[in-house]
Design a protein. Structure first.
Length: 471
């Protein structure tokens, strides 16, 4: 990464495009050095643990440098692109000034007139958070000579034993670096930092591991934890196996599912329903002028049936607050719809779905699905969901036992709708039948409440006229 030092050059830092995200991967650059950009122009696309997001630049000017290539994962708050706001050719004096920039890497952050958050009229979740562009003040790290002197004195006091490095403050390192050190068995207090402001970097941790392997600890007093020296790369047959790095949306989904499965006690109930009348209503609505241009399918009526069931049984729409030991009942429904995308499973939600009419719900469902397929779902669209629907029937599956979306109380799985022999009005007839499965958090929802919700959804789909009488 290079840092520009010209006074007219502005460094645009990786913003926190979600809530509390620490890094993002640069998927694609839309500009190159020498290109002219304007305030609000999208310059790159990045992928976070939640979604792919396009980043607009908050300056007018000429691109001077792209600090990272595509495919690089960058920490929030790190400069990713330099823009000369004065335009024109780069000054000739800039090259000799480069060494000074390397001595003071924090220089770009000291520009007082950089106001990305204030200038850029962007969507929710796309702005440059103040916390991501200004580091909180840290104590100045002692220079290398002072550190070496301290270590030497400590070594003398300890009788030439292993120098006990005892910094006054907790070693400075970002959470990913702390996790790496923990995984490799490295004590951060023994690592010499090389990052700006005395921050320990990934390279510092790896260097500590390499040093430990080259110089085996002399004192065998304590069975020094066999430092898991970087494991040798496992060889495999590339013709018979393909390795796919777990990152971005797929990594976040995996963590959320594991967290949900081992935190909330899941219970799943099933019901098989004759949805012949619902399928007939779907065909009628497709011809209705009020639904012209809208996507009308069974999922629309299933979503409406679930919303009605929640209105009749509001306690199912809740969450568990572990810290406060409280059940939080929501008086709104943000209806999540599980969507399979090339980047993995995501669950965007329709905000305030309970207040929408059937045509409005159809419009929201259509927008949600098309946006997810294009990979343009925003992080805000995947936050604050309350209940979820997952339609496994589109894959020809009868049903499943869905895992709750983390922080929610219930999820409804919809199976394939198939023509089956069914007893109708005392006779066996071919009917359109499906199986529904409702998983719920047993801390919040007991068997009675879960059964009532599932039975209400089934009753509405069996006789959709109840949408009118119950809604």
């Amino acid at each position: 990464m290079t840092t520009m030092t010209n006074a007219s050059v502005r460094e645009f830092k990786m913003p926190d495009v979600g809530e509390g995200l620490t890094e993002a991967e640069i998927l694609k650059w839309y500009v190159q050095p020498g290109d002219t950009v304007t305030d609000g122009q999208v310059v790159c696309e990045v992928e976070t643990a939640k979604a792919a997001v396009e980043l607009p630049i908050p300056y007018d000017g000429v691109v001077r440098a792209l600090h990272f290539p595509e495919g690089t994962t960058v920490d929030v708050g790190t400069s990713i692109i330099a823009v000369d706001v004065a335009g024109g050719a780069a000054p000739a004096e800039e090259a000799p000034a480069a060494p000074a920039a390397s001595v003071a890497p924090a220089a770009p952050a000291a520009e007082p007139d950089e106001k990305p958050a204030a200038r850029q009229p962007v969507l929710v979740g796309y702005g440059v958070a103040t916390s991501s562009t200004r580091r909180r003040p840290r104590k100045q790290a002692p220079d290398a000579a002072a550190q070496q002197a301290t270590v030497a004195v400590q070594a003398e006091l300890n009788g030439h034993g292993a120098p006990a490095v005892a910094p006054q403050d907790r070693p400075l390192a970002k959470p990913p670096v702390r996790k790496l050190a923990k995984d490799l068995g490295v004590d951060l207090a023994t690592v010499t930092p090389t990052g700006p402001d005395g921050i320990i970097t990934r390279e510092d941790v790896h260097a500590a591991v390499a040093s430990a392997t080259r110089e085996p600890a002399a004192p065998a007093a304590e069975p020094a934890p066999v430092a898991p020296a970087a494991p040798a790369p496992v060889s495999y047959d590339t013709a018979r196996e393909t390795r796919i790095p777990v990152k971005g949306v797929r990594k976040a989904t995996a963590a959320a599912m594991v967290g949900s499965a081992f935190t909330a006690p899941h219970v799943t109930e099933f019901v098989t329903v004759d949805v012949t009348r619902t399928m007939k209503l779907v065909e009628e609505l497709k011809q209705d002028k009020e639904f012209a241009g809208l996507r009308v399918n069974p999922l629309l009526l299933i979503a409406k049936a679930l919303l009605v069931a929640i209105r009749r049984n509001p306690d199912v729409n809740a969450s568990w607050d572990e810290a406060a030991q409280e059940i939080v009942v929501k008086h709104y429904v943000n209806l999540g719809i599980a969507a399979a995308t090339p980047r993995g499973l995501i669950v965007p939600n329709i905000k305030d779905a309970h207040a929408k009419t059937l045509p409005q719900l159809a419009e929201s469902l259509g927008e949600l699905v098309s946006t997810a397929r294009e990979g343009k779902t925003s992080p805000s669209a995947m936050q604050a969901g309350t209940v979820t629907i997952t339609n496994v029937g589109v894959f020809g599956v009868d049903t499943g036992t869905p895992i709750l979306n983390q922080g929610e109380s219930a999820i409804l799985a919809v199976g394939a709708i198939k023509l089956q022999p069914w007893v109708h009005k005392g006779k066996v007839k071919p009917r359109q039948v499906t199986t529904l499965a409702l998983s719920f958090d047993h801390r919040l929802v007991d068997g009675e409440l879960g059964s009532k919700v599932l039975a209400d959804v089934a009753a509405i789909l069996e006789n959709p006229k109840r949408l009118i009488t119950w809604a």
